[in-house]
Design a protein around this ligand. Structure first.
Ligand SMILES: [Zn+2]
Length: 255
């Protein structure tokens, strides 16, 4: 079985100096490849460094809504230049976060929109972070258009109706450890009913640790528990969930 963790933060300082150990643990859990995602300049650079020196690691670079204040013309030049590296596969995580509201809405929207335009111009997919901002995220993506390479709604937290609307726009839906939580009935219904080839699996480590390790630190290896939960919900084998979600990840990231 080969699992693909489509969104993780091995570049988080929580893992500093332990990256190799986490990569080894990942292989023990049949997690073959990971996409390490940046949120700001420092995290983008560490994601790219990790991907460049490790076969099983790919990188996604972009400016998270919390870091929208840092995004400028130099950031655009950095994205254009760095996306020439074949190990750098997407723009992300970009989007809207109205939960913490670290940056004003107008600035979040402007930086999100600009990065969608760049992803389309550079012919790469983009990964979306949306928190307490589903309606605005959907409206902005619908207005801009997702583009031929598609987009991923990372750590999908919503109901089946919203998931279907994003799929209709040309998005994949990525499930994290949240889908293993007892009260995540909406996410579980979406994971059960959406077409299997529209789904991805991720950890978002070090956050959102799945059951049975909820409350402890998350790590890419635990994508395995997300795969097993989707298999249980859909009444199919973990091998089949792994195969289809890994094929889908490799296709959208073009690797
Ligand atoms: Zn993330």
């Amino acid at each position: 079985m080969e699992i693909f963790d489509s969104h993780t933060h091995l570049n988080d300082t929580a893992f500093s100096g332990r990256e190799e150990a986490e990569l080894a643990k990942m292989q023990e859990f049949s997690v073959a490849q990971v996409n390490v995602v940046g949120c700001n300049r420092a995290m983008n650079e560490s994601a790219v460094a990790l991907a460049t020196r490790t076969d099983s690691v790919f990188a996604t670079i972009g400016w998270h809504p919390d870091d929208a204040g840092e995004f400028d013309a130099d950031s655009e030049r950095y994205l254009i230049e760095t996306l020439k590296n074949p190990k750098v596969v997407a723009i992300g995580e970009i989007g809207l976060d109205y939960h913490w509201m670290v940056q004003p809405k107008w600035l979040q929207k402007m930086v999100f929109r600009r990065q969608i335009q760049l992803a389309k111009a550079l012919d790469v997919p983009f990964q979306v972070h949306t928190r307490d901002a589903m309606e605005d995220t959907y409206a902005l993506m619908k207005a801009e258009g997702v583009g031929a390479r598609g987009a991923i709604i990372h750590n999908f937290s919503g109901n089946l109706k919203w998931a279907e609307k994003f799929v209709a726009l040309g998005c994949l839906i990525s499930f994290s450890g949240v889908v293993t939580f007892k009260k995540a009935l909406d996410e579980q219904e979406a994971a059960r009913i959406l077409p299997l080839d529209k789904l991805l699996v991720e950890t978002d480590a070090p956050y959102l640790t799945p059951v049975p390790f909820r409350g402890k630190e998350n790590t890419p290896a635990y994508t395995r528990y997300v795969v097993e939960k989707l298999a249980l919900l859909r009444g199919i084998s973990a091998e089949e969930v792994a195969k289809v979600t890994t094929d889908t990840a490799r296709k959208i990231f073009n690797i």
